[in-house]
Write a protein that binds this ligand. Structure first.
Ligand SMILES: [Fe+2]
Length: 249
């Protein structure tokens, strides 16, 4: 086990038991998700794993989102925790932990998926991710795990999850995956229709499961200094033949 200064002050977490701490129709929170050794292994891996600037010209990235860092994505069979040992990295252990207890995702994430992905992300200060919806044709749901050893509630970085209006969705169609790259007004108008929702702080060792509502990552503020919001996020992937069918529909 790699020793990392700063972890010791969170020794109180060791005595806590993993439990679903919040239920919402759009998301679910499991705190104290990984055991201490696994959490340490995941955070240690962030020190060494290859990370590249997420300088996307597509996706939900917008001009004001800064440049987060991303690592290699892994995809595992969704058959169960035993199937998640293919890459020999701590990502396997996060996937295995998600799959180990179906109560983490059952009743929130649809049944229609057969693989699960995971990718490390690092959001330093002055970075974020704009409003978007994960592509329902590809993903039955998503998860994010916060691996950093410490967070301060004043540092930003919250996951914001919007309420949607079923009546508007029925009249105007489902909210598109994201706003246009520079023209964001029409997307903004749809979000402002309801204009409220929930937020989830990136509490260390927290797992969040997302069913598919619009969401964003609030910018990390300068007060975070050298601290980073380090997450492993991934998707419950729909079977590939059904993705084709969905897109044709
Ligand atoms: Fe997303």
């Amino acid at each position: 086990m790699t020793y990392l200064p700063g972890r010791e002050k969170h020794a109180w977490l060791r005595t806590r038991v993993m439990t679903i701490t919040h239920e919402h129709p759009h998301f679910r929170i499991v705190d104290d998700f990984l055991d201490e050794d696994t959490w340490t292994a995941v955070w240690s891996d962030f020190q060494f794993t290859e990370l590249h600037p997420v300088t996307r010209s597509t996706g939900a990235w917008k001009l004001d989102d800064g440049v987060p860092l991303g690592g290699q994505e892994v995809v595992a069979s969704g058959a169960g925790a035993d199937s998640a040992g293919s890459t020999n990295t701590p990502l396997d252990r996060v996937i295995a932990a998600v799959l180990a207890d179906p109560s983490h995702y059952r009743g929130l994430i649809g049944e229609d998926w057969d693989r699960i992905s995971a990718r490390p992300y690092v959001y330093p200060r002055e970075t974020g991710l704009s409003w978007h919806v994960d592509d329902h044709a590809l993903y039955a749901g998503a998860f994010v795990y916060y691996a950093h050893p410490h967070w301060n509630a004043h540092w930003g970085g919250e996951l914001l999850i919007a309420e949607n209006d079923p009546e508007t969705d029925a009249e105007e169609g489902a909210l598109p995956i994201m706003g246009y790259r520079f023209e964001t007004e029409s997307y903004s108008e749809r979000l402002l229709d309801v204009g409220c929702g929930s937020f989830v702080m990136p509490r260390p060792n927290r797992l969040v499961l997302l069913a598919g509502a619009p969401h964003m990552v609030a910018r990390i503020v300068p007060a975070a200094g050298a601290a980073v919001r380090a997450s492993i996020s991934g998707f419950f992937l729909r079977p590939e033949h059904e993705q084709v069918a969905d897109r044709d529909a």
